[in-house]
Ligand binder design. Structure first.
Ligand code: ADP
Length: 285
């Protein structure tokens, strides 16, 4: 099984011809909501890739919490370790204008209150095949979970996104890091401490640096993208599922690369990750 530790957000998406200036009101066009947050997206991706997935996350006591929990369960993610805290669930307020430019305000809400790990969570991490985490929840919690995993001999996959200051003790606990080029530049030589460093390069595929320091490139799969949001999350979730299933690293990365490509062919991010048979079909192509 895969344990994912991370964020849950409801994305609130409004479209408008032009953005308002500060203090101004404009009349927009359409509104929609979509489940988001890297933790939830990556958990759904791992479940679609065929893994048993338990998500460790926090939701508020509002209506978005009910909707997000239902969405996760429908996608096959186990939610017993998703706790409820008083107040608002995480929200991302997204405005998109006619030129497809966007502005985003993320309000972490309950995600910021995912603190001490309870005993059920610690036990689940100890029994996992892989722990997968990102940085949209408090770094101290990620550190505690990584320690728990490491002590139990469970490999830790970290997608250190968004790029923030993290405790230096975290890096040596991590077996696999998945970063994009921007994050790779920010973290620099902190990444030297990890065994497997995977740098995703969008339409150029990814590079992998193994434990011996050797680097090899994995070409992207040719697809016709309609929306590249969610590619990174599909990549990370699929990688974790393959890693937990004992797939050898080079093949796990190829599956992740294929999943990232397929995710760009579907709008949105919350459920754009492919199933394992869709990945098999692209690999066999
Ligand atoms: P992020 O969304 O985190 O910045 P990337 O854009 O690097 O991540 O995408 C993650 C992975 O998804 C890439 O390594 C690649 O394998 C795949 N991918 C992304 N965009 C494309 C694309 N246009 N064509 C094919 N594969 C893609």
């Amino acid at each position: 099984p895969v344990v994912v530790l991370g964020s849950l957000n409801m994305d609130l998406i409004g479209r408008t011809v032009r953005f308002p200036e500060a203090g101004q009101t404009v009349l927009g066009s359409t509104f929609s909501t979509a489940p988001g947050g890297k933790g939830g997206n990556q958990a759904v991706a791992a479940a679609r890739a065929g893994a048993t997935v338990r998500l460790v996350a926090a939701l508020g006591d509002d209506a978005f919490a009910v909707e997000l929990r239902t969405h996760l369960q429908a996608a096959g993610v186990r939610t017993e370790l998703v706790r409820t805290v008083p107040g608002a669930s995480g929200v991302a307020m997204i405005t998109v204008d006619d030129t497809a430019e966007n502005t985003i305000v993320v309000l972490p809400g309950a995600n910021g209150r995912l603190d001490a790990l309870d005993t059920a969570t610690t036990a689940a991490i100890g029994r996992a095949g892989v722990l997968l985490a990102q940085l949209e929840v408090p770094p101290a919690t990620v550190l505690a979970a990584a320690r728990t995993a490491r002590e139990a001999g469970v490999p830790v996959i970290l997608n250190p996104s968004p790029a923030i200051d993290v405790p230096a003790e975290l890096w040596p606990l991590v077996s696999v890091v998945v970063v994009n080029e921007t994050e790779a530049a920010v973290y620099g030589n902190h990444l030297d401490a990890v065994d497997h460093l995977i740098t995703t390069l969008g339409a150029r595929g990814c590079t992998v640096r193994g434990p011996g320091g050797e680097v090899h490139a994995v070409e992207a799969f040719a697809v016709e993208p309609v929306d590249t949001t969610g590619a990174g999350d599909a990549f990370a979730g699929t990688l974790a599922a393959a890693w937990a299933a004992g797939v050898e690293p080079a093949q796990a990365v190829r599956r992740a690369c294929a999943a990232g490509a397929l995710a760009t062919t579907v709008p949105g991010a919350g459920t754009s990750a492919p199933t394992s048979s869709e990945v098999d079909a692209l690999l066999a192509h």
